[in-house]
Ligand binder design. Structure first.
Ligand code: BG6
Length: 516
C-alpha cells in the first residue's frame, strides 16, 4: 500500500518558519499487528493515530495492518469497523482517498490468544505480505489486550517463531498497565525478556508521546537561563497535577481494581516528575535519557509504613455537578461494587534525595471528577529574601512560579511580580505566557501518533525501560499494599470540586495546592 500517494497537501504551513520541525522521519516497511484489535484503545486511539500518520505521509511506503481479536468476523467487517472508528475519533476529518488506501489491505484474524492456530495464520498473512512486497518487512506486535494476555501472547509469538526475523526487525509494543505490583512487573519483564531482547521492547506510557512532555527536555536543556536556578537553592516546591473532569465511564472493571495511584501516579505522573528532576543526559539517546530517569526514581526513598499516612492520601468522589449536569458518585457508577474502597483521587508528597533536590517537596495529585481537566507542572521558586518596598503595599508579591501546562492549552507561563501603573509602588503578579497553539499555528499530533512511529523506527527514548518500570513500582508498591491491607475510611470529595480538603494535610511550610 502506498498511502503517501493519497496524501493531501497543505496540512503543514510552509509559510510559518516555526513549523520547520514538523517533517517526519522515514520508517522502514512494516507489518503492524494489533492484538486486541476491536478493543476500546484500538478504536479510540490506535486506528485514528494510524489514519493521521497516513494523512501526513508518515507511514512507511509499504505498511500493512493486521488485527487479531477474539470475535469471529470477516476482513471486510473489520475494515468497516476501522473506518467507523477513524471517522468518529480522528482528530481531523478523514480524506476519503487516504482512508481507502489505508484500509484496502487490512486483515483480520479471529481467535483466542493462546491458540497456536492464530499464530500459524498470522505467520501466513505476514509471509504473503512479504512475498507481495518482495522485500523483508519489519514486524511490530502491539499488545492492546487485557494485561493478563501479555505473557500468553509473547510466549506464543516465541513458540511460533514470529519473534525473530533474519532480515528485518521485530518489535513488541506493550500497553499499560505493566503489572499491578512490583512483583508482577518483575515477573512480566522476566517472561517478556525470555523471548525478546530489551531493545525490541517498547513499553507504552502515552504521556511520553505528548509534545509538552518532550518539550520539557527542550525547555530545560536548550535554554541556559533555567539550569542555574533548577535546584534546591532556588526552587521551593514542585507541584504536579493531573486532574480530570470525567468519571470512570464504562471502565469499572479495570478501574475498580486499579485506582488512581496505579492508574496515573505509578506511570504518567512519575514520568513527569522524572522530566522535571533528571540531570541533563550526555546525549538524547534512549539509553542515556532513560539512565537519567532511573537515577531520579532511585533517589526517591521507598516509603516506610510509618511515613505512608504522612506522605500520601486518597479519596473517592461522591455525587455532584460536572459539565452542567448532576453526576453520580463513584459507588453509584455502573459496575462498581457498592462497598468499593477504590480511590479515585490520590496525592503524594515525595522527595528526590540527591544533591540537586534534597529538601524540595514534590507534590503529586490526580483525580477523576474534579472541577476541570488540567495537567500541569508548577515549579515555585523561593520568595525574595527582602522586600524593600513593603510599606507601600506589596501584598501582591508572590514567589515566581513557572507553570508548564500539558493540557488543555499546552504552554508555558511564568509568574512575575510587576508594578501596578501609578504613583505608588504596589506589586501584583502577572503572567508571561507562551502557548503552543498560537506560536506554532499547528495542532500537536496525538501522543499515539508519535509513539507508534517511534516504535516502528526502533527509537525507544519515549518508552519505559524494564528497570524504570520496576523503579516506579518500587515507590508505589508499599502505598498500594498499605491502602489495601488497612483500608481505613476514605476521604470523600464532591464531583466537580477541587478535591478533598484532606489533601491539604500533605502540604508543608505554607505551600498551597493550585486551583484546578
Ligand atoms: C490513562 C488512564 O492512562 O490516562 C485514564 O488509564 C486516564 O484513566 C488517561 O483518563 C488520561 O490521559 P490523558 O491523555 O487524557 O491525560
Amino acid at each position: 500500500m502506498a498511502v503517501a500517494a493519497g496524501r493531501p497537501t497543505g496540512q503543514i504551513q510552509p509559510e510559518n518558519p516555526l513549523t520547520a520541525g514538523l517533517e517526519r522521519l522515514p520508517v522502514a516497511p512494516t507489518t503492524l499487528v494489533i492484538f486486541g484489535a476491536t478493543g476500546d484503545l484500538a478504536r479510540r486511539k490506535l486506528l485514528p493515530a494510524l489514519y493521521n500518520l497516513a494523512h501526513e505521509g508518515a507511514l512507511p511506503e509499504r505498511f500493512h495492518l493486521v488485527g487479531v481479536s477474539r470475535k469471529e468476523k470477516a476482513h471486510e467487517d473489520y475494515r468497516a469497523e476501522c473506518e467507523e472508528a477513524i471517522r468518529r475519533f480522528s482528530r481531523r476529518k478523514p480524506d476519503e482517498q487516504v482512508l481507502t488506501s489505508l484500509l484496502a489491505n487490512v486483515k483480520y484474524i479471529p481467535g483466542t490468544f493462546d491458540q497456536d492456530s492464530v499464530y500459524a495464520e498470522l505467520g501466513r498473512v505476514i509471509d504473503d505480505f512479504e512475498k507481495a512486497a518482495g522485500v523483508p518487512l519489519n514486524r511490530a506486535f502491539y499488545l492492546s489486550t487485557a494485561p493478563g494476555f501479555f505473557p500468553v501472547i509473547v510466549e506464543a509469538l516465541g513458540r511460533s517463531q514470529l519473534a525473530r526475523h533474519e532480515n528485518a526487525q521485530v518489535r513488541l509494543i506493550i500497553e499499560k498497565p505493566f503489572g499491578t505490583t512490583l512483583e508482577e512487573a518483575r515477573e512480566l519483564n522476566r517472561r517478556v525478556l525470555s523471548i525478546f531482547q530489551e531493545t525490541q521492547v517498547f513499553r507504552i506510557d502515552h504521556y511520553l508521546g505528548k509534545e509538552t512532555v518532550q518539550n520539557m527536555m527542550a525547555f530545560r536543556f536548550a535554554n541556559g537561563m533555567f539550569e542555574p536556578l533548577w535546584n534546591r537553592n532556588f526552587i521551593d516546591s514542585v507541584q504536579i497535577t493531573a486532574a480530570e473532569d470525567l468519571g470512570i465511564g464504562a471502565r469499572a472493571d479495570y478501574y475498580d481494581h486499579a485506582g488512581a495511584l496505579r492508574d496515573l501516579i505509578q506511570n504518567h505522573m512519575l514520568q513527569l516528575l522524572c522530566h522535571v528532576a533528571m540531570e541533563p543526559p550526555v546525549s538524547f539517546t534512549a539509553e542515556e535519557v532513560r539512565n537519567e530517569k532511573v537515577k531520579v526514581l532511585q533517589a526517591i526513598p521507598q516509603p516506610t509504613a510509618e511515613e505512608i499516612p504522612e506522605m500520601s492520601m486518597r479519596a473517592q468522589y461522591a455525587a455532584g455537578h460536572s459539565g452542567g449536569e448532576d453526576v453520580p458518585g463513584y459507588l453509584e457508577e455502573e459496575g462498581v461494587p457498592e462497598d468499593s474502597n477504590t480511590e479515585t483521587y490520590a496525592a503524594l508528597r515525595v522527595e528526590v534525595e540527591n544533591w540537586r533536590w534534597a529538601g524540595v517537596p514534590f507534590y503529586l495529585r490526580t483525580g477523576k471528577r474534579l472541577a476541570r481537566k488540567v495537567t500541569e507542572i508548577a515549579v515555585t521558586l523561593k520568595p525574595v529574601p527582602h522586600l524593600a518596598f513593603s510599606q507601600d503595599g506589596s501584598l501582591g508579591v508572590q514567589p515566581n512560579q513557572l507553570v508548564l501546562t500539558l493540557q488543555p492549552n499546552e504552554g508555558v507561563s511564568l509568574r512575575l511580580g510587576a508594578k501596578i501603573p501609578g504613583t505608588r509602588m504596589i506589586i501584583r503578579p502577572v503572567n508571561m505566557e507562551f502557548l503552543y497553539g498560537t506560536a506554532f499555528l499547528s495542532q500537536s499530533p496525538e501522543a499515539y501518533e508519535r509513539l507508534i512511529t517511534d516504535a516502528m523506527r526502533g527509537d525507544a527514548t519515549l518508552f519505559t525501560r524494564n528497570d524504570e518500570v520496576e523503579a516506579q513500582w518500587r515507590i508505589c508498591d508499599p502505598i498500594v499494599s498499605a491502602w489495601t491491607q488497612a483500608p481505613g475510611p476514605l476521604a470523600i470529595y464532591e464531583s466537580g470540586s477541587q478535591g478533598p480538603k484532606e489533601a491539604d494535610g500533605l502540604l508543608r511550610d505554607g505551600d498551597r495546592w493550585r486551583a484546578i
